[in-house]
Design a protein around this ligand. Sequence first.
Ligand code: AQP
Length: 335
Amino acid sequence: MFKDKKVVFSGVQPSGVLTLGNYLGAIKNFAAFSDEYKCYYCVVDEHAITVRQNPAELRRRTYETLALYIACGLDPEKNTLFVQSHVSAHAELGWILDCYTMFGELSRMTQFKDKSQKNADNINAGLFTYPALMAADILLYQTELVPVGVDQKQHLELARNVAERFNSVYSDTFVVPEPYIPTETAKIMSLAEPSKKMSKSDENENAVIRILDPRDVIIKKFKRAVTDSGCEVRRAEGKEGISNLMSIYSAFTGKSDDEITSEFDGRGYGDFKLAVGEVCADALAPVQAEFARLTSDKAYLESIMAHGAEDAARSAARTMSKVRRKIGFIEPKRV
Ligand code: AQP
């Protein structure tokens, strides 16, 4: 059925309650590919353990992230939804690609530098080799397109380099993937420090809108968003806070910068912040309702995970067999 379709792959870590950044930068865009592409959307729990996780919370968030995928419009009949650790080929190809990824390349990754600063007591080898596992995630499915936020661009370039290196040593094995990065919402910024990315692991709750925040909390957080000392709703340098709110407002209303500037002409920041909070809360309300319904049905989520893993493993096995042959491993025979 999917034979001739090109492949899309993306993943989200169950490392916290997902944010508006994860939603606008990644998940909201996933469903648009479902008709035209064969889509694999993964909950990347193996990536999440590069930072210490509480086991019970990790398990709960893995279910929740899968439920959010569906609540955000991903139909399990049209998309392969699965958990990374359920398909052992990810770890297997991850190790192989570790041996085709250079120390110097990994040392240049800005996310490694940021995360090692944030987790100075746990700078583990997995945090360092994370991009090689991410390359494996993508290359396993012969992926053409990877929808991600701009923070993942560097990792994706590394995946392309690794694929090209492997292909040039052993002849064509992997499709070389392209990133798909949205223009306006590629990087949603923190509401408290608009020069910083909105991150699910941010300790300041006021910096982050969670997809599951109740309406009043969303509106309160937007009201508190850090802006500048002016009063004009206009995108400009020095107005990073307002520019970020304009990107969010535009993502939910489809309005252009000029339309937003004229809509709030003479009305000041208070009115604008309230309007951003309201459109955001309105858009997230149906997602939250569907999420509540899905998380009360664990058996359903488990059946989606099981079917997704089976489908993904079948496709991953084809790539693994090719890779084993090319590098000189003996293909295991069944007894
Ligand atoms: N602020 C953001 N703006 C736009 N896109 C974003 N993404 C993350 N933050 C923003 C995109 O969401 C997808 C899933 O991200 P992830 O779970 O792999 O982890 P991350 O990029 O490390 O995101 P966080 O929220 O910052 O997580 P923590 O705090 O755990 O490190 C990716 O496509 C990402 O680009």
